[in-house]
Design a protein around this ligand. Structure first.
Ligand SMILES: O=C(O)CCC(=O)C(=O)O
Ligand SMILES: [Fe+2]
Length: 160
């Protein structure tokens, strides 16, 4: 519970920072609410466990996917395995950093930002000798919110 509360606070803060970077204030996104509280936001925790496998090439950890969230906050233990697809071509390992969290942009933020924050294709390979654990906090809007590109990010100037 404590973990979820801390993650929700962080997710809200990240959302406001990312929106600000797109020059969108909380007043310009109705469902952010007057204090940027993102009322009714939907969240879930994935508790992932990947048993070790002596032959990782022949085992599946997590198949390539994007998260259908606004954003995902990921804690990975000290065992690597997470990879992201770079420039649509190369799988790159996301090395765990002590005390660090990984932020994945999800499909809903991709849509909201009209592609300025692209969602990231990622996968997990199992480790040869050690079991790996991760905790993914999946953050999305309230279920009655319809996501579309923000009006400030569409229009003639964006198409030029
Ligand atoms: O285990 C990981 O590092 C990634 C987990 C993940 O992508 C997910 O739960 O959606
Ligand atoms: Fe994921």
């Amino acid at each position: 519970m404590q973990y979820e509360e801390a993650m929700e606070k962080l997710a809200r803060k990240l959302m406001l920072l990312m929106l600000a970077s797109l020059r969108i204030s909380k007043e310009e996104l109705k469902w952010a609410g007057p204090r940027g509280e993102f009322k009714g936001a939907c969240a879930a925790l994935h508790l992932n466990s990947y048993p070790s496998c002596p032959n990782p090439d022949r085992a599946m950890g997590l198949a390539p996917h994007t998260d259908s969230t606004l954003l995902t906050i990921l804690y990975q233990s000290s065992i690597s395995g997470l990879q992201v697809l770079r420039e649509g071509a190369m799988w790159e390992v996301v090395h765990p950093l002590h005390g660090g969290l990984v932020i994945n942009v999800g499909d809903l933020l991709h849509i909201l930002s009209n592609g300025l924050y692209p969602s990231v294709l990622h996968r997990v390979l199992v480790n040869r000798t050690e079991q790996r654990f991760s905790i993914a906090y999946l953050y999305g809007p309230s279920e009655d919110v319809q996501i579309c590109p923000h009006e400030k990010l569409v229009g003639p100037s964006e198409l030029e």
